[in-house]
Ligand binder design. Structure first.
Ligand SMILES: [Zn+2]
Length: 244
């Protein structure tokens, strides 16, 4: 049995066979993955419903189901916000009634961390699995399972793609960022939102070539202001638990 959380208490109940990304979260049938973890930089399409990662035992997977539920709520809100942007862009411009959503940023950060580990583990070699404790350390497990804050600048960074470049494509993109052979971060694109999960305190994300393109990335973003036809249309707020 494979489980990357084996250091977080004993494994139990067999292999979970969970989806790589909680499949219920997205309407899209596939994710696009890129980065050297998957060999080469061209994005590769992975079918969501068919791909089961077998990277956790049932016990540890079930401990994370509240996190999946919260992420599901968050992604539905982001989907709704994206749909509102699209419909208002087609409407005659006026003073919009500003719609608002509030999401739990700290929980979302934990979900991104869990999902980044899932992706890494799914793509990992037998050598990685020989000692996963080396790769998924106790501090990371504590963040995923009990919400211990990550030390800055590790954590979730985000930005909203400008209106002009917004894509209508139905896809979720995931890109692993490597530096000196280490997995230092993950870019995650959903609708008009770009998230960067940064995994190291040894460097700042702006120093990474891939992250440099994202000059407006913000650490622990609190507000996504959606502007349509130069007027504020809707606001997605993220709340963050105070650091320990
Ligand atoms: Zn386990």
């Amino acid at each position: 049995m494979k489980c990357w959380a084996s250091e977080y208490g004993p494994c139990a109940d067999g292999q979970s066979g969970e989806h790589l990304v909680s499949a219920a979260l997205f309407t899209e049938p596939a994710v696009y993955v890129s980065g050297s973890l998957w060999g080469g930089s061209a994005p590769r399409r992975i079918g969501l419903s068919s791909l089961r990662s077998n990277t956790l035992c049932r016990h540890h997977n079930s401990l994370l189901s509240p996190l999946d539920q919260e992420a599901g709520r968050a992604f539905r809100a982001l989907q709704d916000a994206f749909s509102l942007t699209a419909s208002r862009r087609r409407a005659r411009p006026r003073s919009w009634t500003v719609a608002r959503w509030t999401l739990d940023g700290s929980q979302l950060e934990r979900w991104f961390l869990k999902t980044a580990v899932n992706f890494s583990a799914a793509a990992a070699s037998p050598a990685w699995w020989a000692d996963p404790v080396d790769r998924v350390t106790a501090p990371l497990l504590n963040t995923i399972f009990i919400g211990t804050p990550l030390p800055y600048p590790a954590g979730l960074w985000a930005h909203l793609v400008p209106e002009a470049t917004m894509s209508d494509e139905d896809s979720v993109e995931f890109e692993a960022l490597m530096a000196d052979g280490r997995h230092v971060g993950a870019l995650f694109v959903f609708k008009d939102y770009r998230f960067l999960l940064w995994l190291t305190t040894q460097a700042h994300p702006a120093e990474h070539p891939a992250a440099k393109q994202l000059s407006t990335l913000q650490y622990h973003t609190t507000t996504f202001n959606h502007v349509v036809a130069s007027r504020l249309s809707h606001v997605v707020r993220l709340t963050w638990s105070p650091a320990a």
